[in-house]
Design a protein around this ligand. Structure first.
Ligand SMILES: CC(C)(COP(=O)(O)OP(=O)(O)OC[C@H]1O[C@@H](n2cnc3c(N)ncnc32)[C@H](O)[C@@H]1OP(=O)(O)O)[C@@H](O)C(=O)NCCC(=O)NCCS
Length: 357
């Protein structure tokens, strides 16, 4: 029986760190409020494009799988912060990675994008259509942020993560069950107007993120918990079989409430939100790469991935990890160096909107 498994993984975090103390100089907030209400201490600000973050994460995942760029059949890039609308950011990354001729496309399911892309890759491989898919999630969220708006400016950061999904004849590991969902009636509680053909005059195309935080919070806890329970049951498993929950990193209180809802202890949940904030689609593959680096994943472990995001989208998957937890190779891909501080990198945003203090 033809099956698909993750064989390589990688991440790319830009070097400039924006701390809560930095944010106190930009908007009316405090380290104490951000830490207790969100669990975030710092986040990264990218000096390069989304496709550059995607390229480095992608090359690191390809090396970890022991492959060469030309071995890839399809580049599937989850992002809601593309380099531009046309062409896709996936084709920019495909070219920068030196992957000749392989298909490349973007997928926008906001913060649920990685699970949407992973399951799409899995199904394309299981049908026999493709052998090796590079799934990348990359975001440069600070582009959309207005630093006079403290309800969004403290939450988001930039970064990328990637996995290689390959065909295997071993029927046991890989995707056990998944659920993709969306409630378009809630589209306006987390959105960026403009940049497309609807509603916003061309001269006003530069728009910022709008979010109704408490409404998003309530729905997030409900959909992430319920979808996780359904994929565990659909895989024929019980809560006690789950070794690790890797949730979308949006708010530590959402993560804790989700874990409580499905009855998992804190040590069964992977959390790195303090270091990176919410990097949208990229949080899960970054967390997966770090969980592997830290020895938190063993052969045969059942992992549950769960996410929600603007749309309102949600997604969950139960995944049995294959045997290998060590990379087969290491890439020398790096971002171009920069000496710019995170606050310096935010100057274009501040020039446009001002500061919130
Ligand atoms: C945004 C979020 C952290 C706000 O936390 P909250 O506990 O819901 O806080 P509220 O919005 O009810 O605001 C409570 C108070 O804090 C204030 N506040 C909001 N943001 C603040 C900030 N960054 N710093 C200081 N005070 C802040 C509010 O103005 C309000 O003040 P008031 O009581 O005087 O009116 C929380 O709602 C959240 O995480 N929502 C989900 C967002 C999310 O995950 N988005 C991404 C989806 S993928």
């Amino acid at each position: 029986m033809r099956n698909a498994v993750i064989t390589g993984w990688g991440k790319c975090l830009p070097p400039a760190v924006l701390t809560n103390a930095d944010l106190e100089t930009l908007t009316d907030t405090s380290d104490e409020w951000i830490s207790t209400r969100t669990g975030i201490k710092e986040r990264r600000i990218s000096h390069v494009d989304t496709s550059d973050l995607a390229t480095v994460a992608g090359l690191r995942a390809i090396a970890a799988a022991g492959l060469e760029p030309d071995d890839i059949d399809l580049v599937l890039l989850a992002t809601c912060t593309p380099d531009g609308l046309v062409p896709s950011t996936a084709v920019r990354a495909q070219h920068k990675m030196g992957i000749g001729g392989a298909g490349a496309m973007d997928l926008n399911a906001t913060c649920s994008g990685f699970i949407y892309a992973l399951t799409t890759a899995d199904q394309m491989i299981e049908t026999g259509a493709l052998d090796r898919v590079l799934v990348i999630a990359a975001e440069k969220l600070h582009f959309w942020i207005d630093f006079t708006d403290r309800s969004t400016s403290v939450l988001f950061g930039d970064g990328a993560g990637a996995v290689v999904v390959e065909a295997t004849d071993d029927p046991k590991p890989g995707l056990l069950s998944f659920e993709l969902g969306a409630d378009g009636s809630a589209a306006d509680i987390l959105c960026v107007h403009g940049g497309g053909t609807a509603g916003v005059p061309r001269r006003e195309q530069y728009q910022t993120m709008h979010m109704e935080g408490p409404a998003v919070f309530r729905r997030a806890v409900e959909v992430m918990g319920d979808a996780s329970e359904r994929v565990i049951a659909a895989a024929g498993l019980e809560r006690k079989d789950v070794c690790l929950l890797i949730p979308h990193q949006a708010n530590i209180r959402i993560i804790d409430a989700t874990a409580r809802r499905i009855g998992l202890a804190p040590e069964q949940v992977y959390v790195n939100i303090a270091s990176y904030g919410n990097t949208s689609a990229a949080t899960i593959p970054i967390a997966l790469a770090e969980a592997l680096e830290e020895g938190r994943v063993s052969a045969g472990d059942v992992i549950v991935f769960a996410a929600f995001g603007g749309g309102l989208t949600w997604a969950a998957a139960a995944y049995r990890w294959p045997s290998r937890t060590e990379p087969l190779g290491v890439s020398d891909a790096e971002l171009p160096q920069t000496d710019a501080t995170a606050v310096e990198l935010l100057e274009p945003n501040i020039a446009l909107h001002g500061k919130g203090v």
